[in-house]
Design a protein around this ligand. Structure first.
Ligand code: PDD
Length: 348
């Protein structure tokens, strides 16, 4: 089945999806993004990611293109059209397209929204978690607002590549005082010899990971000792366990840092326990949310068609004929779009 992407109100084949050459994400990285894990068709930590999206947009003074619920519907529709069970959904909102000029364009320029979905081999991820990953440390060369999830990721890209070239799977970035800020695409954690869970506090120096936040409440719910404070590379090397968190790998044990073993050089028992606990908690919460959404009439009918093997999406050509472009405006929500156009079974 070919992949389907979402571009400004339309579902299009992935290989034909395109944005304007003067979209400000291209010229200035003037855009924010979010990545959701998808498990059994449900978005993990859904609300947390939407809250952070709204915050990131607010920090850059980009208007939220439509309401959260309408955006969520677009993502669920994307999951449905891609028949995605396990994987990731990527959403990006740019300031929009405008003639190149550093200052913001006028209010007539509307944000541009794109989204993609991709499969992840969860069995491979589980296997990777059984052996753990290697990290390489390097100086943090990013800007001073790492709390905003912008697409300006060049320093992260260079760090990840440098790690990869030494055989490591993640880079741990360090500040001027030798403290670990975070990974190039993850938050960094250690378990001290006394068994305390440690991660750096949220500030402008790191992205406040949604997986990180959920894990903090999971750990607190289990009565674990939790310390939100910076730690050095030396402390990490002397730690009992280390791991990273993010939406794409959930919790992943770190077994070596710069080639030196952490603990006994194998995934730690607390890390493994927390990985399961996080997954159970996030999946249960997501399924509860999906069950509520599935009780809505349109979703129920779509679900019935999936289970009966009936086609759920028209071909793009058919859709293009019936559905002229639907640019998002604040007056026209995705809900209107879906209920009157492509997702409405009544019109099939
Ligand atoms: N990255 N720190 C950085 C720099 C990140 O890029 C990410 C996530 C995280 C963890 O955030 P969360 O738990 O909300 O996924 C921390 C995503 C997965 C990415 O860029 O693909």
């Amino acid at each position: 089945m070919s992949r389907i992407a979402y571009v400004d109100g339309r579902f299009v084949p992935h290989n034909a999806a395109a944005i304007h050459i003067e979209d400000r994400s291209v010229q200035f990285a003037d855009a924010v993004y979010e990545v959701w894990g998808v498990k059994d068709g449900a978005l993990l930590d859904s609300d947390g990611h939407f809250t952070r999206l709204e915050r990131s947009l607010g920090e850059l003074k980009i208007a939220m293109p439509v309401g959260r619920e309408a955006l969520a519907e677009a993502l669920f529709e994307l999951i449905r059209r891609n028949r995605l069970r396990n994987g990731l959904v990527y959403l990006q909102v740019s300031r929009g397209k405008a003639r190149r000029d550093h200052a913001f364009p006028g209010p007539d320029v509307k944000p541009c929204v794109i989204a993609t979905a991709k499969r992840v081999d969860f069995a491979a991820l589980v296997k990777k978690a059984e052996t753990g990953i290697a990290v390489k440390t390097m100086p943090d060369q990013r800007w001073a607002r790492c709390d905003i999830k912008t697409v300006s990721l060049l320093a992260n890209v260079l760090a990840k590549q440098a790690a990869k070239e030494t055989g490591a799977q993640e880079a741990w970035l360090t500040d001027r005082d030798g403290f670990v800020t975070e990974g190039s695409s993850s938050n960094a954690w250690i378990v001290t010899p006394e068994g305390a869970l440690v991660t750096r506090p949220a500030s402008n120096a790191i992205l406040n990971g949604i997986t990180r936040r959920t894990l903090i409440s999971v750990a607190q719910g289990r009565g674990l000792t939790f310390e939100e404070r910076p730690f050095t590379v030396d402390e990490a090397l002397a730690a009992r366990e280390a791991f990273i968190t993010n939406a794409s790998s959930m919790l992943m044990p770190v077994v070596t840092i710069d080639g030196q073993p952490v603990g006994n050089g194998h995934p730690g028992s607390l890390t493994t326990e927390l990985r399961t606990a996080y997954q159970d908690s996030a999946v249960a919460a997501a399924h509860k949310k999906t069950a509520r959404a599935a009780s809505r009439p349109v979703a129920r009918r779509a679900k019935r068609r999936i289970s009966s093997g009936q086609p759920t999406a028209r071909t793009v050509e058919q859709r293009r004929e019936r559905d002229p472009p639907c640019p998002m405006t604040r007056n026209r929500t995705f809900r209107t779009f879906f209920s009157t156009r492509s997702a409405s079974p009544r019109r099939r």
